[in-house]
Design a protein around this ligand. Structure first.
Ligand code: FES
Ligand code: FES
Length: 169
């Protein structure tokens, strides 16, 4: 009989690519993304759902990967910061964060960008209040948030076509 810690095959899509990985039932999605699949752009902070550093998009919604058991991602579509843009082809939100000086140490940035992307997909032109709510689960120790909010607001006012996720095209 299968023991509690026996591995189970998990199938999901990560950044548009099929991923199959043997996972223990107790592993989180964060652990699998970082340690099994090498998506280390997703940051490990508090591991308690408080900081938002581990935010990824699961089936269109921003989630804390540290609070999602890996097996809950079965058959789901996961998007990480690696799927948003690359150094050669930055996503408009990434460009805007740079232009607005919204990145300092950068530890919160991947999670912040994924929350912002999920927000803008749902709400093309969020109010300042809606932007603040959209990133309310993401803590930043460095910027004081004002520049981050301005960076998101600036992109929200531009053409949404530019916001199509990168996904390796
Ligand atoms: S590491 Fe997941 S919320 Fe902090
Ligand atoms: S830029 Fe350092 S935590 Fe946000």
């Amino acid at each position: 009989m299968a023991g509690k810690e026996d591995k189970v095959l998990l199938r999901m899509k990560v950044n548009g690519e099929e991923a199959e990985v043997a996972v223990k039932p107790t592993w989180t999605l964060l652990r699998v993304l970082r340690e099994e699949l090498g998506f280390t752009g997703t940051k490990k902070g508090c591991e308690q759902g408080d900081c938002g550093a581990c935010t990824v998009i699961m089936d269109g919604k921003a989630v804390n990967a540290c609070l999602v058991l890996a097996l809950q991602a079965e058959s789901k579509e996961i998007e990480t910061i690696e799927g948003l843009g690359t150094a050669d082809a930055l996503h408009p939100l990434q460009k805007s964060f740079i232009e607005h000086g919204a990145v300092q140490c950068g530890f919160c940035t991947p999670g912040m960008l994924m929350s912002a992307e999920a927000l803008l997909r749902e709400n093309r032109k969020p109010s300042l209040e809606e932007i603040k709510i959209g990133i309310s689960g993401n803590l930043c120790r460095c910027t004081g948030y004002t520049k981050i909010i301005k960076a998101i607001e600036s992109v929200s006012q531009k053409n949404r076509e530019a916001l199509t996720p990168f996904r390796g095209q």
